[in-house]
Design a protein around this ligand. Structure first.
Ligand code: HEM
Length: 201
């Protein structure tokens, strides 16, 4: 129950925080109140053009930062993270049941893909997120995401080791759940501030 409440607060808090930040920097709609701006933007979510723009942004980021075979690392890490997010949170957050059976199998399989792609991404991209060469908020969020992914992988492995005591598995499970929440918050804010930085260029 606590995880259900925490996850719901996380998702709601992120939507309110990021939408309000976006509303504050949105120069076009200065006449609107936050509430009518939010209704207007929510309607846009159901428009095809919005998803076409998201795909364009995704592809331009991929082309710019992941040339040649590296594009598969970007595709692998982003799509597997999405599957892990949906499979991990759907059951525990909405269904109030533990992740199990086929969904757990999907979760663990994509977990392997994600862990490998995340390691390669760190190899190729960590240089761009040094505190000396990039804004503090962006580097800070990037390394917070890396730390949460490291704990996610470590706890996932711990949960699957046969010789580990039940107490360790239960502790690892709790750490896994809450580092999943930290990974979602940090990556959402990282995407937000990265897009804001490229908007300001
Ligand atoms: C890195 C690779 C990953 C592996 C191998 C992995 C594996 C697992 C395993 C084995 C469980 C425990 C299932 C159980 O005992 O009930 C689990 C639970 C969970 N995972 Fe992951 N996971 C990974 C990454 C992630 C990521 C990136 C997220 C979120 C963005 C995530 C979110 C969750 C959540 C929310 C649960 C709890 C589900 C519940 O409450 O029943 N996992 N994961």
């Amino acid at each position: 129950m606590i995880f259900f409440i925490t996850t719901s607060c996380m998702i709601l808090g992120l939507i309110i925080a990021l939408s309000y930040l976006r509303f504050r920097i949105d120069k076009q709609d200065k006449t609107r109140s936050y509430a009518s701006w939010l209704v207007h933007k929510t309607k846009l979510v159901f428009k095809i053009s919005t998803w076409v723009n998201i795909k364009k942004t995704y592809n331009s980021w991929k082309t710019h930062h992941y040339s040649g075979y590296k594009k598969w690392i970007f595709i692998g890490s982003t799509l597997s993270y999405l599957v892990l997010f949906i499979s991990g949170f759907l059951f525990s957050a909405l269904g109030l049941i533990r992740l199990q059976g086929v969904p757990l199998l999907i979760h663990v399989s994509f977990g392997g893909i994600f862990a490998s792609c995340a390691a390669l991404t760190l190899l190729f991209r960590s240089g761009d997120y040094q505190f000396e060469s990039s804004p503090f908020i962006i580097s800070g969020l990037f390394w917070l995401f890396v730390l949460s992914v490291f704990i996610l992988v470590l706890t996932a492995i711990t949960m699957m080791l046969p010789f580990v005591s039940l107490l360790w598995i239960q502790t690892a499970f709790i750490f896994h759940r809450y580092s999943a929440i930290i990974s979602v918050i940090s990556i959402s804010l990282l995407i937000f501030f990265t897009l804001k930085k490229s908007d300001n260029k």
